[in-house]
Write a protein that binds this ligand. Structure first.
Ligand code: F6P
Length: 343
């Protein structure tokens, strides 16, 4: 069997561990070969590939962040229009099954391909942890560790200066990193895209904390957190690849408002792509490796149109169409759990 593999969308720690697992399992267990396509779907649109049949390519990549294949975001309309070209490249290269590793955009395209008859098995990845039908995605644990460490550090400096510290973490549509990092680091407030916030209520909470004699206030802000429009208007920051409006610099804008409204000194830290780079945690290396092994086994069994997923401690298969129907966002009850520590 000849397997094609690609990594699409934003990179994420653990991608190389999946590539290594697919290559090793294919060769060692089935005598199959693997061909990597470069820069996500672009590699298939432009027939740019790299053979992954030699150990040289995959040796020592388990611990390396990023992706040895490169990745890219592709506009979904362009991708839909290019499906015939993608199929042609797969045919020209004698690919029997494709394993795309990616987030919502990549897996949705994988689902379209599968519906049009191409044998596909998806592997979910994203630091945002917003892919449905799997308990967790690899990359999330690493991003969470980075964010938690950063907030731990901000506590001590905020305390020393009696400041309000806002820390913006990734998560445009889902607030998993913010929620979990806030809980893990004992933040005094966490703002997520799923729950609009009222700036007056945030200011009242800050004031109350300092009036009580507390030394500092740490607020974790997901980049997609949105104020209730009646309490503050956010400046827009562009349009994403799906045509959705982006509001960049939410934490900075909120920080300015807090300073203006209550006169308290505020500092803002934007963690940005630091959360996505570097070495994956052991958890992410193991999950990514297990996903790679199970995707390869599924390919050889002919279980196409599926995505590998973690349920409890088992790796199962779920239909790609089901996994890409909606994003997995933070449920209200999980936010309320965290709210027990706010203020
Ligand atoms: O991978 C998802 C994500 O990390 C989002 O949280 C973030 O908004 C986005 O990627 C930013 O990615 P880029 O700067 O690569 O477009």
């Amino acid at each position: 069997m000849r397997i094609g593999i690609l990594t699409g969308g934003g990179d994420c720690p653990g991608l190389n561990a999946v590539i290594r697992a697919v290559v090793r399992t294919s060769a060692g267990r089935y005598g199959s070969t693997v061909v990597g396509f470069r820069d996500g779907w672009r590699g298939l649109l432009e027939d740019r590939k790299v053979p992954l049949d030699s150990d040289d390519r995959i040796n020592r990549i388990l611990t390396r962040g990023g992706t040895i294949l490169g990745t890219a975001r592709v506009n979904p309309d362009k991708l839909r229009a290019g499906l015939d070209q993608i199929k042609q490249t797969l045919d020209d290269n004698g690919i029997d099954v494709l394993i795309p590793i990616g987030g919502e955009g990549t897996l949705t395209a994988a689902s379209w391909l599968s519906e049009s008859g191409v044998p596909v098995i998806g592997v979910p990845k994203t630091i945002d942890n917003d892919i449905d039908c799997t308990d967790v995605t690899f990359g999330f644990d690493t991003a969470l560790a980075v964010a938690t460490d950063a907030i731990d550090r901000l506590h001590t400096t905020a305390e020393s200066h009696q400041r309000v510290m806002l820390v913006e973490v990734m998560g445009r549509h889902a607030g998993w990193i913010a929620l979990q990092a806030g809980l893990a680091s004992g933040a005094h407030l966490t703002l997520v895209p799923e729950q609009p916030f009222d700036v007056d209520e945030v200011c009242a909470m800050v004031k109350k904390r300092f009036q009580r004699g507390d030394s500092h206030f740490i607020c974790v802000v997901a980049e997609g957190a949105m104020p209730d429009p009646a309490s503050m208007t956010l400046r827009e920051g562009g349009i994403d690849e799906f045509g959705h409006k982006i509001f960049t610099g939410v934490a900075q804008q909120l920080g300015n408002e807090i300073e203006r409204r209550i006169g308290k000194e505020v500092r803002t830290t934007v963690l940005g792509h630091i959360q996505r780079g570097g070495t994956p945690t052991p958890h992410d290396r193991i999950l990514a490796t297990r996903f790679g092994v199970h995707a390869t086994d599924a390919a050889h069994r002919g279980d196409f149109g599926q995505m590998v997923a973690l349920h409890g401690t088992s790796i199962d298969l779920v239909p790609l169409a089901e996994a890409t129907r909606k994003l997995k966002t933070v449920p209200k009850e999980r936010y309320e759990e965290a709210a027990a520590f706010f203020g």
